[in-house]
Design a protein around this ligand. Structure first.
Ligand code: SF4
Length: 216
């Protein structure tokens, strides 16, 4: 793609979400907002990536080597993930997951990005097969990360533990698109009087699970 107007894209996402977030407390509105947002960004991404881009991407189910980093989410993302977990997990599974999340939050609380990688703990949502168990509703910032070499990712993560950074070639179009969508969501939240404070993924979802659904 020759040129993509990210400033305009930010405006579009902001305008798309503002009416739903203005009505945040009305049943179902938040779920509609997140459905609209995630459908929109995935559709736009399809049009932005060329066949060559797709061929170069090394990311696939079963890898998950990047799922050991701090991930920041906005409140609507956390609420949407909590809703997905309620819909897809049994009560016993959900209770077990919440206990796992509580332990995880204690383990990673206050860690900066380098320290988080150094503890070598996978995200609680990474399943035993190395796939994201909340894939349809995964955070925008997870969607922003790609790689053209799984080996480079593994090496970069390993070397980060020793304080050395190694470059990983990623698709900048995808990174920028998802980052701008995140900013568009934040701006729409601010427009409607909501706090657009970013939160750590696990703690935010745990809090959202203790609240009433807010999605449906
Ligand atoms: S939410 Fe999914 S994609 Fe994001 S870090 Fe966790 S397992 Fe990986």
């Amino acid at each position: 793609m020759e040129h993509f107007d990210f400033i305009d894209y930010h405006k579009q996402i902001r305008s798309l979400l503002r009416p739903y977030l203005a009505d945040y407390n009305r049943s179902g509105r938040l779920g509609v907002a997140m459905d609209q947002l995630l459908d929109r960004v995935e559709e736009d991404l399809k049009h932005c990536l060329t066949d060559e881009d797709h061929c170069r991407l090394a990311c696939q189910a079963g890898c998950g080597s990047c799922c050991r980093v701090n991930v920041t989410v906005l409140h609507p993302e956390a609420v949407n993930i909590a809703h997905y977990l309620r819909e897809t997990r049994s009560s016993a599974q959900l209770q077990a997951l919440k206990r796992q999340m509580q332990r995880f939050c204690v383990m990673i609380e206050g860690l900066d990005d380098e320290e988080r990688i150094a503890v070598r703990q996978n995200c609680v949502f990474l399943d035993d097969g190395g796939s994201c168990s909340i894939y349809p509703v995964r955070p925008l910032l997870c969607r922003s990360i790609t790689s053209t070499s799984a080996a480079d990712c593994r090496e970069a993560m390993a070397m980060q533990v020793f304080g050395e950074s190694r470059p990983v070639l990623m698709n900048l179009m995808q990174k920028n698109l998802m980052n701008v969508a995140f900013q568009g969501l934040a701006s729409a939240m601010e427009d409607t009087g909501l706090s657009a404070h970013g939160q750590e993924l696990t703690a935010a979802v745990l809090r959202a699970l203790s609240e009433s659904s807010g999605v449906s």
